[in-house]
Design a protein around this ligand. Structure first.
Ligand code: NIG
Ligand code: FE
Length: 384
């Protein structure tokens, strides 16, 4: 057993719901890590001895980020598509198919290397929990290997066979829905915790999404959804009906959708990196927060619509563009992400909880938005 004390913490964000206030902050604090758990939290001047002492030097300490939405198992490059968008072209779901072709052609090792590199990037930027989706294979074998590779990096794996209808099923979308909800799901379910559908024009409609999510739930998978990225649809209502843990994007949603979310335990996960990289309007975070909806922020890291692995960047966007307060944005990127994954053991710093702890090279988390684009992660303690 090894123990580490981190003392001289200028500002400690615990997110501990027992303290009432959102981010539950303490000043001049210390904490003790015993193996992979938090064993003690208190005033720095009362910090006990430990095998190792880390002097935080007055810096801010926060829970590791929980990135609850990413697509890391892919091959290929879409920088030219991004360049075209920046020149005025609009984003459509069809670009996904070019990544599907590159992913199918890639070896397992290539896919593993790409995903591994991005997971490392994420960790260097303070992410200690990540969800990874399949969705660029779209055959039984390619979705299965995508999930097997994703599982090498996280237990939070999501089957997204319903990302788009692949080219070979262009004339038979119903046949593809049958495949996803049948044979493909049978093969993939043992390697996934979640099932997701992209419910949007150009992808899957509400009835197709319902059929796929219902089949997934019969296999013991929990539901989450992509919807409202490009237009309003019935997707949010379906997510609530399916008791989805999270409905992601929520850029285009109706007043009824906001009411439905507020009355449910479904989290609205906002992905401002996607709006940044597709030059679309940002979601209305304050409308959701004011209605009492639980809001999370995630990167949506993928080669098409949001090729960032940086939760600090997404926090900066949430503050600058979504008008969330720095505290709301930080909470959404930690405890909010945990709620979106129905986890109570991550996204907070509490005695007995996991030691997923980030020391920022800053006196407060406000700097995450105040100094955008600057690497502010001083040290990461990761319980895994
Ligand atoms: O979340 N919306 C669907 N899926 C991704 C985009 C994937 C892509 O363009 O390759 C998203 O933005
Ligand atoms: Fe996504």
């Amino acid at each position: 057993m090894t123990t580490t004390v981190i003392d001289n913490i200028g500002l400690l964000v615990t997110n501990d719901p027992a303290f009432g206030h959102l981010t539950a902050e303490r000043r001049d604090a210390a904490l003790v890590i015993e193996n992979d758990r938090i064993a003690w939290i208190g005033d720095s001047r009362h910090a006990p001895d430990a095998d190792e002492r880390v002097d935080a030097g007055g810096r801010c300490v926060i829970p590791g980020f929980v990135d609850s939405h990413s697509h890391l198992v892919f091959a290929g490059d879409r920088s030219v598509e991004f360049e075209h968008r920046m020149a005025g072209h609009s984003y459509g779901a069809g670009g996904i198919r070019s990544t599907v072709a590159a992913t199918r052609a890639a070896s397992d090792d290539t896919l593993r290397t790409v995903a591994g590199r991005i997971v490392e990037e994420m960790r260097a930027q303070g992410t200690t929990t990540v969800e990874i989706k399949s969705g660029y294979g779209l055959t039984k074998a390619d979705e299965l290997r995508s999930l097997v590779i994703a599982r090498e990096f996280t237990d939070e794996t999501t089957f997204l066979g319903a990302h788009v209808v692949p080219g070979e099923f262009a004339g038979d979308p119903a046949g593809y829905v049958e495949l996803v909800a049948g044979e493909m799901l049978d093969a993939c379910a043992p390697h996934a915790r979640w099932i997701d559908v992209f419910c949007e024009g150009g992808a899957f409609d509400v009835d197709q999404a319902r059929a796929i999510l219902t089949a997934g739930r019969r296999h013991g998978l929990l539901a989450r959804m992509h919807t409202g990225q490009l237009a309003t649809s019935g997707g949010v209502r379906l997510a609530v009906e399916m008791d989805a843990a999270s409905v992601d994007h929520c850029t285009f949603i109706s007043a009824a959708d906001v009411d439905d979310l507020a009355a449910s335990s479904t989290v609205a996960t906002l992905l401002p990196g996607a709006e940044f990289s597709t030059r679309q309007r940002y979601p209305d975070a304050l409308r959701l927060l004011n209605a009492g909806v639980t809001v999370a922020i995630a990167t949506d890291c993928n080669p098409g619509s949001s090729f960032t692995s940086s939760m600090p960047f997404c926090i900066a966007l949430a503050v600058r563009e979504l008008r969330m307060s720095p505290a709301e944005a930080l909470w959404a990127a930690t405890a909010g992400g945990a709620a979106a994954l129905r986890r109570t053991d991550v996204g907070l710093i509490t005695v007995g909880g996991r030691a997923d702890v980030v020391i920022l090279d800053a006196p407060s988390y406000v700097y995450l938005a105040y100094r955008p684009g600057v690497p502010l992660v001083h040290r990461v303690f990761d319980s895994k």
